[in-house]
Design a protein around this ligand. Structure first.
Ligand code: ACO
Length: 325
């Protein structure tokens, strides 16, 4: 039984934060950030909650599909930055959308969250073909970064996305041909978030550095450019394809140097590699659906295209997926 993506919705905070804005608060420059990462700006919330942003993304997804909200059976929240652990982001969005008696839960695979979400959605659709799934890949990274740590604060941004999946072919944007997801905790200390959660706490304790994202950037870079091409080659060969069959590569948008290196190692021409990290920074689990949405809006994503998705993130976690538009 085949599974399909029907629509993708996106919501962004109102506030744009440029590199120059960041340089007012920390020892950095637009030149350093652009040269090392390609990032020129990112969106960051002010007062809006994560639940509100993700609700807006869901409404945007429903606006471009004939699938009605009342047919949703599951909401999966792929996020490392929910407003609260309980209720989960998925339950809070379900409440805002007036959905009850559905299965709703969050899961965290850091920057690979969208691909893990597709993998879970695929399993649920295989188990029951009448399921209809709303997959939120949504992050308020600005609430999880230490603005005193210039090595991480300049990299991330906020964005919410919502993807609707079902087994119906009619009206679909793309078939989900395959997904592979992996994890290996051997180098888990290279990128951590919420290390402080594992320690006993008392009311009045101050927040320590390990509440926020902490990263060994060089190790992450090295592993990302090694592992992402390998998982792409694995999913291509498993499905009997080569890189020449791919019309568009959408890699996790963390850094243009990582994306270019992955493209080069795969031997795909740069015109087939979609990049929008300059406008949004790294929005963790949201980067891939945000790029898919933008590629469609810009007329780059066309019917008939075969699209290769790949992500890498904290854990380490990583994954790849194949879409047939
Ligand atoms: N502004 C100015 N200078 C800075 C900044 C900053 N924001 N951050 C670090 N520096 C300084 C460092 O202190 C260092 O100074 P020093 O030489 O005097 O010690 C110098 O710049 C070079 O630092 P490096 O860490 O060696 O810089 P590098 O070229 O490795 O680039 C970067 C750092 C951009 C983080 C890179 O390692 C990278 O892209 N790594 C991947 C990390 C990533 O994308 N993580 C996202 C989450 S995981 C994922 O999504 C894949």
């Amino acid at each position: 039984m085949k599974q399909y993506i029907h629509s993708i919705g996106v919501a962004l905070p109102n506030r744009i934060v440029s590199n120059a804005d960041l340089a007012l608060h920390m020892d950095t420059t637009d030149e350093w950030i652009q040269t090392r990462t390609g990032i020129a700006q990112r969106y960051m919330v002010e007062e809006e909650s994560h639940t509100s942003l993700a609700t807006r993304a869901s409404e945007c997804a429903f606006a471009t599909t004939s699938i009605p909200p009342h047919t949703i059976t599951h909401i999966i929240g792929a996020t490392c930055s929910p407003d609260t652990y309980s209720p989960s982001l998925a339950v809070s969005v379900a409440h805002n959308l007036g959905m009850t008696n559905i299965c709703a839960f969050d899961m965290n695979a850091m920057c690979s969250g969208y691909l893990y979400g597709l993998e879970i959605a695929r399993g649920l659709l295989c188990a029951n073909q009448s399921s209809t799934i709303l997959l939120l890949a949504s992050e308020l990274m600005s609430r999880r970064i230490n603005m005193n740590d210039r090595t991480t604060a300049v990299l991330f941004g906020d964005a919410s996305t919502a993807t609707i999946l079902s087994t119906q072919h009619e009206g679909a944007l793309a078939e989900l041909e395959d997904v592979i997801c992996c994890a290996d905790g051997t180098l888990s200390n290279c990128l951590t978030l919420g290390g402080a959660c594992g320690k006993p706490k008392a009311v009045g304790d101050s927040i320590t550095d390990d509440f926020f994202i902490q990263m060994n950037g060089r190790e992450v870079f090295k592993n990302a450019v090694r592992i992402m091409p390998t998982i792409c080659e694995q999913i291509l060969s498993t499905n009997g394809y080569t890189i020449d069959d791919i019309d568009l590569l959408i890699a996790h948008q963390a850094n243009f140097r990582i994306i270019e290196a992955v493209g080069e190692r795969l031997g795909i021409t740069q015109d087939k590699v979609f990049i929008n990290v300059h406008n949004y920074g790294n929005t963790s689990s949201a980067t891939i659906p945000l790029a898919l949405y933008e590629a469609k809006e810009q007329g780059i994503l066309q019917p008939g295209m075969k699209v290769l998705l790949v992500a890498f993130g904290g854990g380490f976690t990583w994954g790849s997926a194949l879409l047939q538009c």
